[in-house]
Ligand binder design. Structure first.
Ligand code: PBG
Length: 327
């Protein structure tokens, strides 16, 4: 056959395939989301996320050490408080769960990079991501509390804050509050392109943060839209976001690619709880090969264009990179 161009030529053998690989995965791009809870001696498995745990402050060190050992130094804290109220005061309490976890982690793991999720839903009695006015979230009143929360995280040792509430103007509000207090160099990773998604179901079980009524569709995005995501991302960059996140990841990789083209800041993709749960469940049933699916889904997020990948499988992926199974 006269065929000059044969794509299979470059697939011939592992060494060549790795040489021409277009996407490289590195553990330094991984962030592990971690649940910290009030109490002591707690290592509690999350029923809808087998293999993931809620830790109390005295036990979280074991997981942080294991992550560091595996090569994952980025962690994002989610807090599970004892007490919730209408205005989510646990979110910005200097002795709140995340603030305490930050102080301990900063002291004991100075080599780790500590990020916090800035939101109200784990702390409000109604489970919405801000303060209410009737049955709707009051955007502008919520901004003050989000800024206060972000500042208290940074004062407790957060290296970066990540607002996930989807209120309008929150990046600007947080940026100016941090700057006013001298934290001009603390970056903001904005959950700018965050969809109202059923993929967050297991997380809401894990964090006890399901809304008591209604849903989050008046603040999180409609999953039929993509130009709206670009609008959100551009706005947040203008307000001072240093990193833009797309969330969820797996069903939204088109958005990762579009956002990567639209902005000139690093792009993060968050592989959320429902993605984790589906892989775990499929693997437990024996229908899929967990390890291979983890590698394939992670590589596809990087191939789509993300620079940073948030995943409950961070430790496993770091291991697979070392073993040469992905990378
Ligand atoms: C808080 C927040 C949520 C997630 C991250 N930050 C839940 C939500 O918006 O309902 C979801 C993470 C996951 O599902 O893994 N607003």
């Amino acid at each position: 056959m006269d065929m000059k161009i044969r794509p299979r030529r470059l697939r011939n053998g592992e060494l060549l395939r790795k040489m021409v690989r277009e996407t490289r995965v590195d553990a330094s791009s991984l962030i592990y989301p971690m649940f910290v809870k009030e109490g002591t001696g707690i290592v509690e498995e999350i029923p809808t996320m087998p293999g993931q745990f809620r830790y109390s402050i005295d036990t979280m060190g074991e997981k942080l050490a294991a992550l560091q050992e595996a090569g994952v130094s980025g962690v994002m804290f989610f807090g599970i408080p004892d007490h919730k109220d209408e205005v989510g005061s646990g979110a910005y309490d200097e002795n709140g769960i995340v603030q305490k976890a930050l102080r301990k982690a900063k002291a004991e793991f100075p080599g780790m990079y500590l990020i916090t999720d800035v939101c109200m839903c784990e702390y409000t009695s109604h489970g919405h991501c801000g303060v209410l006015c009737g049955h709707d979230v009051n955007n502008d009143e919520t901004l003050k509390l989000l800024a206060k929360t972000a500042l208290s995280h940074v004062q407790a040792g957060a290296d970066m804050v990540a607002p996930s509430d989807m209120m309008d103007g929150r990046v600007a509000a947080i940026r100016s509050e941090l700057d006013r207090n001298g934290y001009v160099n603390v970056p903001i990773m904005s959950y700018a392109v965050k969809y109202a998604s059923a993929f967050y179901g297991p997380f809401r079980d894990a964090a006890g943060s399901a809304p008591a009524f209604g849903d989050r569709k008046s603040y999180q995005m409609d999953y039929h839209n993509s130009r709206e995501g670009i609008k959100e991302a551009l706005l947040d960059v203008e307000e001072g976001a240093d990193i833009i996140m797309v969330k969820p990841s797996m069903s939204y990789l088109d958005m990762v690619t579009k956002i990567k083209d639209a902005v000139h800041v690093p792009v993060a993709a968050y592989s959320v709880s429902g993605e984790y749960a589906m892989i775990k469940a499929g693997a437990a049933m024996g229908y899929i090969d967990e390890e291979k699916i983890i590698c394939e889904t992670a590589a596809s997020a990087f191939r789509a264009g993300c620079d940073i990948y948030l995943t409950y499988y961070a430790q496993e992926i770091a291991g697979y990179i070392k073993e040469g199974k992905i990378g």
